[in-house]
Design a protein around this ligand. Structure first.
Ligand code: FE2
Length: 182
């Protein structure tokens, strides 16, 4: 992967939110356009396809802080549990295959807090190649990949491994704090 075009992508993404709060308009639309241009550059799709998605693939960003550009993938069927990204925003951009994305409202429990949580699914969207979905802070969502393989780029406002966020169990009707490192 050519570091220079990744640096350029990151710089362009960051410039979108230099003087504005991250939003559907700037990151959700403008950011998705930038990533589309990025993946359409010669050789980029092939380079992405060759990366080993079993490990965490950080395309751009510094561990622990600041915006992160990550590559994720599913080579076998996967179903993720509902979660939020704490105070961070995120943009999911589909490179290949399909991400079945569900969004939820928390109809019981305190927003952003662990404990009792009853979720109601409010939207399900198939995110297909070239398309993206933006999530602001605390928005609850879950991914499913029932027809792998799939590859997607996820851009987050900060390194989520260092952010306190929630993971939800629909069966147990509860939210627990997830934080890898402090
Ligand atoms: Fe997420």
């Amino acid at each position: 992967m050519d570091q220079q075009i990744l640096d350029q992508l990151a710089e362009d993404m960051l410039s979108l939110v230099k003087n504005e709060e991250p939003s559907q308009q700037n990151i959700g639309v403008g950011g998705a356009e930038l990533i589309l241009e990025f993946v359409q550059k010669p050789g980029v799709k092939d380079s992405l396809a060759k990366l080993d998605i079993e490990k965490k693939v950080r395309l751009w960003g510094s561990r622990g802080s600041g915006m992160q550009i990550l590559l994720h993938g599913a080579d076998t069927p996967k179903q993720g549990s509902p979660h939020d990204h704490g105070r961070s925003w995120a943009l999911y951009f589909q490179v290949s295959g399909v991400t079945e994305m569900s969004s939820y409202d928390r109809i019981e429990g305190i927003p952003g807090r662990p404990g009792r949580a009853v979720l109601e699914k409010i939207q399900q969207t198939n995110v297909t190649p070239g398309n993206a979905m933006f999530f602001g802070p605390l928005v609850i969502h879950a991914t499913q990949h029932s027809k792998p393989p799939a590859r997607w780029i996820r851009v987050t406002g900060t390194d989520l491994d260092y952010v306190e966020r929630l993971r939800f169990s629909i069966e147990r009707q509860e939210a627990v704090i997830e934080k890898k490192y402090s």
